[in-house]
Design a protein around this ligand. Structure first.
Ligand SMILES: [Fe+2]
Length: 271
């Protein structure tokens, strides 16, 4: 979350709708904590910023907007992601892959205001074709690109992913000023340390195990490709993406009033 001190306008990045895979229940406790924090601090929610259609959690954007308003935004290339997953899930006719589920679609380099603070959306594709990073006042919310230096980088093998694009996107981020604070999308740390969420451009250039200075695009792509074939699909990829291409809204209910998720059998790559 970021906010502008003068106006008390806030932006939340990548809110989560909790989901219990075993029982099929969604739960709003994470968003409710955010909502309480915003209310208690007297902040007004201007933006709900999605970095991409996540594959490891359901988006809480729709529910958060119901609670506090604000505009849900994502990169304009979400349309490509929606089109490819509309096919994979065989979604209903009424689901249009035109981005209309979101309130705003960012172009690469687009500026926007959080109160009186200027922010900028940067296209950083590779993990998905639509990934965005958000730059605000010496900080960058980098989405799934760079992870913490000892973990490396995001995978690039989901539908529409591309390791070459990921390398170039990361190079874009690494040209930001060295003291820029980078907030990572998530952290699955090694057993030796607790989760962390921020680093700097300088730290990444010096120490990122996958893309520190001197690693060529070819070397990166070879490493990334070899590694990606060893990774299982995330547990929540199939539930997540069909919710997240709808900006966190559940699918329309069947005639019994119950909303269902779809599981395409024998369709997605196994790794
Ligand atoms: Fe992701």
């Amino acid at each position: 979350m970021v906010w502008d001190h003068a106006s008390k306008q806030a932006a939340v990045i990548d809110p989560v709708l909790d989901y219990d895979f075993k029982s099929g229940h969604t739960d709003t406790r994470s968003v409710d904590r955010l909502t309480a924090y915003l209310r208690d601090s007297g902040l007004q929610l201007a933006w709900i910023l999605e970095t991409h259609a996540h594959a490891d959690h359901l988006s809480g954007a729709h529910y958060l907007r119901q609670q506090l308003g604000g505009r849900i935004a994502i990169g304009e290339h979400i349309r490509e992601v929606q089109a490819s997953f509309k096919k994979i899930y065989n979604l209903e006719r009424g689901f249009l892959p035109d981005g209309s589920q979101f309130d705003h679609l960012f172009r690469d380099g687009e500026s926007f205001m959080i109160g009186q603070t200027e922010a900028r959306a940067l296209l950083v594709p590779g993990h998905t074709p639509a990934d965005m990073a958000y730059l605000v006042d010496g900080a960058a919310f980098v989405g799934d690109t760079l992870f913490m230096p000892d973990v490396g980088t995001a995978r690039a093998d989901f539908p529409g992913g591309d390791a070459h694009h990921l390398y170039r996107s990361i190079q874009r981020l690494l040209t930001l000023p060295p003291d820029t604070t980078l907030y990572v999308c998530h952290d699955y740390p090694p057993a030796s340390r607790q989760p962390r969420w921020q680093s700097t451009v300088a730290e990444q250039r010096a120490h990122n195990i996958h893309v520190h200075e001197g690693i060529s695009e070819e070397a990166f792509v070879a490493m990334r490709t070899a590694r990606d074939v060893t990774l299982d699909m995330p547990t929540l990829i199939l539930p997540s993406i069909q919710i997240n291409v709808r900006a966190g809204q559940l699918p329309p209910p069947d005639d019994n009033g119950v909303a269902y998720l779809r599981i395409p059998l024998n369709t997605l790559a196994r790794h």
